[in-house]
Design a protein around this ligand. Structure first.
Ligand SMILES: Cc1cc2nc3c(=O)[nH]c(=O)nc-3n(C[C@H](O)[C@H](O)[C@H](O)COP(=O)(O)OP(=O)(O)OC[C@H]3O[C@@H](n4cnc5c(N)ncnc54)[C@H](O)[C@@H]3O)c2cc1C
Length: 226
């Protein structure tokens, strides 16, 4: 069966960091999606790449993505050149991860633009009015890559049960916060993960290493969602 291709119109593009853009897109026909899903995005049906949806379902129906220029390929350069009014296409949405019932402390671990699906899940969780402790760790190479730092600080002000912990792994001059690899900071502060649910998304090497280390910290594999 041929997968359905949906036409999209770009309604907003913004540079969030030197190598990261935000794109907001409107589908020709409304598309239903859930937090934690991703889409296959591109210029034509032959060459689509996966990007997470970066928000809980929005009232205006727009689809938001945060995209890092990973490889400077021709495809990526073309995507970074798109402007309001341009047209793209997508397949999906497709399942990546889903919010589980919240009955124990929750830790989100976002690496780089892996922030996008973590933020979408966080938004949905907070909308549910959960009372469990929520720790949101965001690891980035540089302070500039914490592209929604102020939004996260503001969320922490309005949700007493939520803590936001940014961690810088690269050049950290003029940074007073935590440094190093984000999952190692998680373990520093939570050495035992037996009664914790962890949601995680980030670059492949981080996922591989963090999975092993979290399992060694006794997380129940069904509560490690990535
Ligand atoms: C289904 C799917 C959806 C995707 N969605 C998106 C998307 O929405 N946007 C997008 O740009 N790309 C997406 N990708 C591509 C890819 O997953 C991302 O490029 C990646 O997660 C982003 O990492 P980064 O380069 O921003 O992280 P980096 O800036 O390289 O790293 C961020 C943090 O990860 C940790 N880390 C990095 N390397 C290691 C290591 N070796 N060991 C331990 N920790 C480490 C560090 O704490 C670091 O600060 C997607 C891929 C798939 C398959």
């Amino acid at each position: 069966m041929t997968a359905v291709i949906h036409p999209l119109k770009v309604v907003h593009v913004e540079k969030l960091a030197p190598q990261i853009i935000q794109i907001l897109m409107q589908a020709e026909h409304p598309i239903t999606y859930a937090s934690g899903q991703y889409i296959m995005l591109g210029f034509n049906s032959e060459d689509l790449k996966p990007f997470s949806i970066a928000s809980a379902p929005r009232e205006d129906g727009l689809i938001e993505c945060h995209i890092r220029n990973l490889d400077d390929s021709e495809w990526m350069q073309a995507l970074f050149a798109v402007q309001t009014g341009d047209h793209l296409v997508m397949q999906g949405p497709k399942d990546q991860m889903q919010l589980q019932p919240a009955h124990q402390p929750i830790i989100f671990v976002a690496g780089g633009t892996g922030f996008a699906p973590m933020k979408a899940l966080l938004d949905s969780l907070l909308k549910q009015g959960t009372g469990v402790p929520v720790h949101f760790y965001w690891g980035a190479r540089s302070v500039a890559d914490l592209y929604q730092h102020d939004t996260m600080l503001a969320l922490m002000q309005t949700h007493a049960n939520m803590q936001y912990i940014p961690v810088i792994s690269g050049e950290a001059e003029l940074w007073n916060g935590l440094t190093g690899l984000v999952h190692e900071q998680v373990l520093q502060q939570h050495p035992n993960l037996e009664h914790t649910t962890v949601y995680m998304c980030g670059p492949w090497p981080m996922m591989q290493k963090a999975k092993l280390d979290f399992l060694a910290a006794e997380i129940d594999p069904i509560h490690l969602i990535c």
